[in-house]
Design a protein around this ligand. Structure first.
Ligand code: TXA
Ligand code: MG
Length: 335
């Protein structure tokens, strides 16, 4: 008895005792529970045949911001959206003949296609990190398929590990790496390596990331060689975000750390000190809310600024938590 008491007081035992979340067998009741959590904007550990994903409703900006915060990604690197079928994918992205062929051949499976967003694509802009393209994948894992079918909307999911840690290929890895997340147990990932990513933005299909499907298989399907990431700056920025300093640039000039905008500037505020009439990333000063608003508000204000021949000014954003990623993107946009 005394030993048991002592054990309960160890940090590990305390952590386990306080842990609210769990490894869930993929029963119908647990799948329903996960759907309810996703609808409430929460994150779920999702088994796929490549690696476990940290999934959220791809149309909910605050849930997407929570993915970046939970993973502690230093920058907003765009996320893959998971779908049940090619039919569902076509409503989100524009499929050229090459993309159609690849999806028809390899989906469901370990292949992600980067395609232009449909004009009315409901996926939150933070998923695309401000780009006009979207990464789509139809996973083969039956539990991922069941959850996607029940949820009925795309799920954004990066690998379910904190930035810089190994990707998880077992539910227990997710429970260990992200103990606050509920994870559906789909067993060991059959592939255990992330998906291959191909860019299909124009006639030349581009090899963006090596993964669970080989280059040879893809080239055989297309009947043509894949292009490597171009060295031309503008194309690289669109295809491989994160490789260039400036990948999201508004048309209007942008000034940072501004408390009071001049007459020829449009102010993007942050926090309760911003003027009530200004656009505000988060009136309550919440960095997660600000992250979820960043790209949508920059796009809207950029259009206003161009129309009225003004420039943009952004109030200071604290450099902690998601503030680091917000400032990173703002600095790139201001160059
Ligand atoms: O197997 C996988 O792909 C796993 C499972 C969970 O599906 N997911 C995964 O996600 O590996 P993540 O976030 O670790 O990697 C996503 C990659 C990043 O390298 C990102 O830059 C790229 O996809 N990506 C996403 N959207 C993109 C876009 N619009 N253009 C170019 N690259 C994009
Ligand atoms: Mg990853």
């Amino acid at each position: 008895m005394r030993l048991k008491n002592r054990l309960l007081k160890t940090p590990r035992a305390r952590k386990r005792k306080n842990k609210r979340m769990a490894i869930l067998p993929p029963s119908p009741a647990n799948l329903q529970l996960c759907v309810q959590q996703l609808e409430a904007g929460k994150l779920i550990g999702l088994p796929t045949e490549t690696v476990y994903g940290l999934a959220a409703d791809a149309t909910n900006g605050e849930a997407i911001a929570a993915i970046y915060a939970t993973k502690q990604r230093p920058q907003f690197n765009p996320l893959i959206s998971h779908v049940t079928s090619l039919e569902m994918a076509r409503k989100l992205g524009v499929f050229n003949p090459q993309a159609e062929k690849l999806a028809a051949t390899f989906w469901p499976g370990p292949l992600t296609l980067v395609v232009p967003r449909q004009p009315d694509c409901p996926i939150d802009p933070l998923v695309s990190a401000g780009l006009e393209s979207i990464a789509l994948r139809c996973p083969a894992h039956p539990v991922a398929q069941d959850l996607l079918s029940l949820f009925g909307k795309p799920l954004a999911a990066p690998s379910a590990n904190p930035s810089g840690r190994l990707s998880p290929s077992l539910a227990a890895h997710v429970a260990d790496l992200l103990p606050e997340i509920d994870v559906l147990d789909g067993g060991a990932c059959a592939i255990g390596l992330e998906s291959t990513i191909i860019g299909c933005l124009d006639d030349s299909s581009v090899w963006l990331r090596a993964g669970g499907l080989s280059r040879g298989d893809i080239e055989a399907c297309l009947g043509q060689r894949l292009t490597d990431i171009p060295t031309d700056d503008e194309k690289t920025a669109k295809l491989a975000p994160g490789r260039l300093a400036s990948h999201y640039a508004p048309q209007a000039k942008l000034r940072l750390n501004v408390s009071t905008a001049s007459d020829d500037e449009i102010l993007l505020g942050f926090g309760p000190d911003a003027p009530a009439t200004a656009a505000n990333l988060s009136p309550r000063g919440d960095l997660q809310e600000a992250a979820s608003q960043l790209f949508a508000q920059l796009h809207a204000l950029d259009a206003d600024a161009v129309a009225s021949n003004k420039t943009l000014a952004v109030m200071p954003i604290p450099q902690h938590g998601l503030g680091e990623a917000i400032n990173d993107r703002l600095q790139r946009a201001a160059r």
